[in-house]
Ligand binder design. Structure first.
Ligand SMILES: Cc1cc2nc3c(=O)[nH]c(=O)nc-3n(C[C@H](O)[C@H](O)[C@H](O)COP(=O)(O)OP(=O)(O)OC[C@H]3O[C@@H](n4cnc5c(N)ncnc54)[C@H](O)[C@@H]3O)c2cc1C
Length: 573
């Protein structure tokens, strides 16, 4: 075959297969050590002592991930090895349980052994937890990543909001580092009438006469970690206000005296992605439950602790998914040849790889800016402005980064060509399916955008956002682009204020404005970290009126991103 009149060298079948094998072998044996950008974020943020402890923990987990979790997940994520409903034991006793492929439990031992959940027992360990979850997400391993997230959310809610008695009853088993002994948490809010409109919940919680416990009845429609040992449930207390204000937050053990605690697992859902984990529909009838914090503050507990923890971790997981897609694509492009040259030499391919790398880099910085706030809030050292900024960032990061993940993985699949669509060729199809699910759960895009808008209207958040981003620009190296950034921030702020003050304008335009603010935040953090190549590329790509045809600097920008040793530029060679 010839292209542009140039004959290509003869490539044998064996050569082609050897190139593919070399590509597979490129994946780092320690993806934590290989991630220069992640380690430099952590080194800037943590004390030397904390950093060196995390180095050991993360490196060990990263190696186990490659050796144990990756092959296990490859098996239990296949359609033929998915979790199955197992409602009775061999003697006909009702168990309402879920059975998993043994490989699932092998991975579970490794994941729980990393300490990612057990660290929830100590306030202010968000950096460690985010790092471990990010690494786990390189494998697109939602089978345990989701239970990890739900358990951390429930543990935090018990630690921060529950009465001492309730905390003592439920928390210790959740934070046990041993997989076989640890209990797993789940969080059930969504009902068939709607997940976004949680205020439409119909599940009821009736107080028992002991003045301590409740009986929960009703149906929950999306119950991930259907095998969990403890369920966090929102339910309406009769006689209370309508809407979300009338919802309490409760924890119910799965089993009481060896019997299922007033629930029936109706069926497991057949999902597009996150297949390794069991998501079901559950009917509750008089399930015994304990309140998590004051019942009248139930919705607040559900959102500010449980849901926000899941949003943070979903954003972190989405950034991990992106990093994996970049590693796969860069390495494949280096080894794959077409028309006699490696495909990474084609400018169009280089452009795609650079776009992926810069987006992934921006997302990494954004989710760790959020992690810094999570760390301080959990440790009880956050300022009032930190709390406001967190309110903005947790929704914005989940909204933006989950969408970016799908888009970056799709580009990765494009880089691998037809092979990219094949399930046992690479992890990319699984990453893609999971990324789409990540977009939906813990709040859909419109709902998160509406939440941010609502907050901007009620609270002085825009001032805090502006101050935080300006602080990033101030620490950035002197470059012409800082002026552009300041102007963009002024423009975006003006649009956000218009949305805040004009309902009609906001209802049509706010998502565009949120895209712009989120992207600008990513660029600001890249600048502050001196990753000028990625910052410049992301900023220029997203400039209003940007015309690729007249961007004379495009080749330079692309090469700078791909040649930089920073963030996702560190290719696995
Ligand atoms: C695999 C999977 C696992 C899940 N696990 C759990 C779980 O364990 N626990 C749990 O509680 N939930 C779980 N969920 C449910 C998830 O949280 C909901 O799917 C999500 O909150 C959206 O709710 P919904 O699906 O009912 O969509 P709907 O609320 O019906 O929304 C449909 C569409 O309407 C849009 N929309 C809604 N309101 C507005 C508005 N005001 N303006 C503009 N657009 C709007 C939404 O953005 C969305 O695009 C899971 C979901 C999935 C896919």
């Amino acid at each position: 075959m010839a292209m542009n009149g140039r004959d290509t060298a003869v490539v044998t079948y064996d050569d082609a297969r050897a190139a593919l094998a070399a590509w597979k072998a490129d994946f780092p044996s320690d993806p934590y050590h290989d991630d220069a950008a992640l380690r430099s974020i952590l080194a800037r943020s943590l004390s030397a002592e904390r950093m060196s402890a995390l180095d050991v923990r993360a490196s060990s987990f990263a190696r186990t991930l490659v050796l144990v979790v990756a092959p296990a997940a490859q098996r239990y994520e296949q359609r033929t090895h998915l979790p199955e409903l197992s409602r009775y034991d061999g003697l006909g006793n009702r168990t309402e349980s879920v059975s998993f492929d043994p490989a699932y439990h092998e991975a579970g031992v490794a994941v729980w052994g990393s300490g990612v959940v057990a660290l929830s027992n100590e306030p202010g360990r968000a950096y460690e937890q985010a790092t471990l979850l990010y690494l786990l997400s390189l494998e697109s391993e939602a089978g345990h990543a989701c239970p990890v997230t739900c358990t951390i959310g429930l543990a935090r809610a018990l630690r921060r909001s529950a009465s001492p008695d309730v905390r003592e009853r439920f928390l210790p088993a959740l934070v046990d580092p041993q997989y076989e002994l640890a209990e797993r948490g789940a969080q059930f809010l969504t009902e068939v009438q709607g997940g976004s409109d949680v205020g439409a919940n119909e599940c009821v919680a009736i107080a028992n006469i002991d003045g301590e416990t409740y009986r929960i009845s009703g149906e929950k429609w999306f119950c991930s970690v259907a095998n969990a040992d403890q369920f966090f449930i929102t339910a309406r207390v009769p006689g209370g206000p309508t809407g979300t204000r009338g919802l309490g937050s409760f924890v119910a053990p799965r089993m009481i005296d060896g019997q299922p605690n007033g629930f029936t697992l109706r069926r497991l859902k057949d999902k597009l992605g996150t297949r390794g984990l069991a998501s079901g529909e559950i009917d509750f009838e008089d399930a015994l439950a304990w309140p998590v914090g004051p019942v009248e503050e139930g919705f607040r507990t559900a959102v500010s602790v449980v849901l926000n923890t899941s949003r943070w971790m979903t954003a972190v997981g989405s950034a991990g998914i992106m990093r994996r897609a970049v590693l796969e694509a860069r390495s494949f492009a280096k080894h794959r040849e077409a028309f006699g040259v490696s495909i990474e030499q084609f400018p169009a391919m280089r452009r795609t790889l650079a776009d992926m790398a810069a987006t992934s880099a921006g997302a990494l910085h954004l989710v760790f800016a959020l992690t810094e706030l999570e760390d301080r809030i959990d440790a009880g050292t956050a300022s009032a402005d930190d709390v406001l900024y967190h309110r903005f960032l947790v929704n914005t990061a989940k909204y933006l980064v989950s969408r970016q993940a799908t888009s970056v993985v799709r580009s990765g699949i494009e880089v691998l060509g037809g092979n990219g669509t094949i399930e046992d060729f690479s992890v990319l199809p699984r990453l893609y399916r999971d990324a789409i699910v990540y977009e939906s759960w813990e709040g859909t895009h419109n709902v998160l955008a509406a939440q941010v808008l609502n907050d901007l209207r009620r609270l002085p958040i825009l001032d805090v956002v502006e101050a935080r981003l300006l602080a990033c620009f101030d620490t950035a190296p002197a470059t012409d682009l800082v002026g552009t950034l300041r102007r963009r921030l002024g423009d975006v702020n003006a649009s956000a204020r218009e949305c805040r003050d004009d309902d009609e304008f906001a209802s049509w335009h706010f998502r565009d404005v949120l895209d712009q603010i989120g992207l600008l935040a990513e660029v600001a953090y890249l600048f502050a970290a001196h990753d000028l190549a990625a910052a410049n590329h992301l900023l220029t790509n997203s400039s209003p009126g940007y015309d690729p045809a007249t961007d004379a600097g495009l080749a330079g920008r692309v090469n700078a991103v791909l040649d930089s040793g920073g963030v996702t530029g560190s290719s696995p060679s």
